[in-house]
Write a protein that binds this ligand. Structure first.
Ligand code: HEC
Length: 155
């Protein structure tokens, strides 16, 4: 090999070495960038996954408006509740000539009879008013609480 040849080899070797160093640098930089991305992606995923899972497994009952009291099952139905389920059909609409809840004129004379009579008529029936509104399953006390509610709303 002549001087020229060795010079070519030396240049070539330097060039190859440079290329190798460059490749290593690229490799390291790319690697660290990829690692950074992966970390960020992992964090993103973890965050959105946690949220999604929390939403998916959230008990339906927890979906309450802020400030609401947690919905507790009522131990005893209020007169209003019973009214809605057992009496509204007639007393909310006037069906069968029933005095409508809140109609003061229709209720004043009835209320004037006294509570005992109203209880009696509600529990045992009176003309078009079926005994207990047709709800024999309701206790006398339950009916009384509804009558109290109806009276309180109608005077
Ligand atoms: C099928 C229809 C109907 C249902 C259901 C019904 N009512 Fe009545 N109610 C009537 C009618 C009609 C009258 C009017 C009767 C009359 O004065 O001749 C009446 C009258 C009354 C009166 C007044 C009685 C009086 O002395 O003037 C009360 C109190 C009353 N209802 C309570 C209730 C309660 C409590 C319920 C539910 C548990 C109920 N009603 C469900 C039809 C109904």
């Amino acid at each position: 090999m002549g001087d020229h040849d060795s010079e070519v080899w030396s240049t070539l070797t330097k060039f190859m070495l440079g290329l190798a160093v460059f490749a290593v640098v690229i490799f390291v930089v790319a690697g660290s960038m990829a690692a950074g991305n992966k970390e960020a992606a992992k964090k993103d995923n973890a965050a959105s996954n946690d949220k999604a899972i929390a939403e998916r497994i959230a008990p339906v009952a927890q979906v309450t408006v802020a400030g609401d009291k947690p919905a507790a099952a009522p131990t005893k139905k209020s007169g209003k509740d019973i009214y809605s389920s057992a009496c509204f059909a007639c007393h909310g609409t006037g069906a069968a000539g029933a005095p409508i809840l809140g109609d003061k004129a229709a209720w004043s004379a009835r209320i004037g009879q006294g509570t005992a009579t109203l209880y009696d008529h509600a529990i045992n029936g009176f003309n078009g008013m079926p005994a207990k509104g047709g709800r024999a399953d309701l206790s006398d006390d339950a009916i009384k609480s509804v009558v109290d509610y109806m009276v309180s709303q109608s005077k």
